[in-house]
Write a protein that binds this ligand. Structure first.
Ligand code: PLP
Length: 388
């Protein structure tokens, strides 16, 4: 059976060119970048080259990039780092109610530490209204953190408008760009970001490596203490092969972003139109236009997302019912609830995320299989009446 992977937002396969670039750093070039001998210097040079490649992807300077163990650590670093560095100036943080758990839970932790966090509402498309930021920001606000695009429903937020409001009131602005860096243009100047999180495994790089962009001059406390790596900002021997892979993946993403965006948007629209045409009682979630080029998220009435997922899996199709991190939990997604979906609709949701190796045939296969799966499950549902 041909297997079809449509869960690129959970993770991506490592690009073959990235694997080739990484391999020598697992074998013959194994030096520690902190060592002064030739082995060490070779590794250090490779890390610095990767720093330049990652910086280049987002319009930053190399010295503004700090490598981390992934997106989760980058988010934690941004939130806790700013909170602790600016504690004397203020205790208020603003974020949205649709953030990834990495931001959400870091905020919950900071609340226990005495900080006050405002969770902004979103509209039915999952969009934050910049006016709401205006409404809640105070002189005590030290940080506004709103994700660039949502990992579940793909909605792209009006980041430049939000960061402008944060800056007018003297607060820093952080954005979680884990789902956008390498997929749509990300430029720290245009976005007005002081801090920006990235993760390599979402852009055809390896897992367990990411980065936090920290604008020069931003006050931030370190939260991993030890050696002097990363200019003292993040201790620990660098994940050299991972960082080298991240750099290469960033370089490829920059090169291919435009054509991939165009190709994926067409596949996305083909899937959306096909599903809306073939299945009744189906709703598209997320913003209709301000949306990631590779994201299709739907709610289908009278069926459980989990059941659809398992049936699709039996046909070789891998999708998701929400974010990979929250699957396994019976709680409906906080993102869908924040958008005003009922528990029933939230439970009947499916996410398809496409990527570099997705083809038109893959989409057509989903369009053939999913309506059959839905019909089969609905036949067992006492609640469902066609057309009614
Ligand atoms: N932020 C967003 C928006 C994500 O989608 C993810 C991963 O699902 C993360 C953060 C966490 O990144 P990582 O898996 O590298 O820790």
């Amino acid at each position: 059976m041909r297997r079809i992977y449509l869960d690129y937002a959970a993770t991506t396969p490592v690009h073959p060119e990235v694997v080739r670039t990484m391999l020598p750093y697992l074998t013959e070039r194994y030096g520690n970048p902190s060592s002064i001998h030739a082995f060490g210097q070779e590794a250090k040079t490779a890390v610095e080259e990767a720093r330049g490649q990652v910086a280049d992807l987002i319009g930053a300077k190399p010295e503004e990039i700090v490598f981390t163990s992934g997106g989760t650590e980058a988010d934690n670093f941004a939130l806790k780092g700013v909170a602790y560095a600016l504690r004397k100036r203020g205790d208020h943080i603003i974020t949205s109610s649709v953030e990834h758990h990495a931001v959400f839970e870091a905020c919950k932790f900071l609340e226990k530490e005495g900080f006050k966090v405002t969770y902004l509402p979103v509209d039915r498309y999952g969009m934050v209204d910049p006016e709401d930021v205006h409404r809640v920001i105070t002189d005590k606000t030290i940080l506004v953190s709103v994700m660039h695009a949502n990992n579940e429903v793909g909605t792209i937020q009006p980041i430049a408008e939000i960061s402008k409001i944060a800056h007018e009131r003297g607060a820093y602005f952080h954005t979680d760009a884990v789902q956008t860096a390498g997929h749509i243009p990300v430029d720290v100047e245009e976005l007005g970001a002081d801090l920006l999180s990235m993760s390599a495994h979402k852009l055809y790089g390896p897992k367990g490596v990411g980065a936090l962009y920290i604008r020069k001059g931003t006050r931030i406390a370190s939260f991993v203490h030890g050696g002097e790596q990363e200019r003292g900002r993040r201790a620990g021997t660098e994940n050299v092969s991972g960082i080298v892979g991240f750099g290469k993946a960033a370089e490829i993403a920059k090169r291919e972003c435009e054509t991939e965006t165009r190709r994926l948007s067409e596949l996305r629209d083909r899937l959306i139109e096909g599903l809306l045409e073939r299945i009744d009682h189906i709703n598209l979630n997320g913003h209709p236009t301000s949306r990631l080029p590779n994201n299709v998220h739907v709610s289908i009435e009278f069926v459980e997302g989990e059941s659809m997922l398992l049936n699709l899996d039996l046909e070789g199709i891998a999708a998701s019912t929400g974010s990979a991190c929250s699957s396994g939990s019976l709680e409906p997604s906080h993102v869908l609830l924040a958008m005003g979906l009922s528990h029933e609709l939230a439970h009947g949701s499916l996410r398809f995320t496409m990527g570099r190796w997705t083809t038109e045939e893959d989409i057509d296969r989903v369009l053939e299989v999913l309506p059959e799966v839905v019909a089969k499950l609905r036949a067992m549902s006492p609640l469902y009446r066609k057309g009614g």
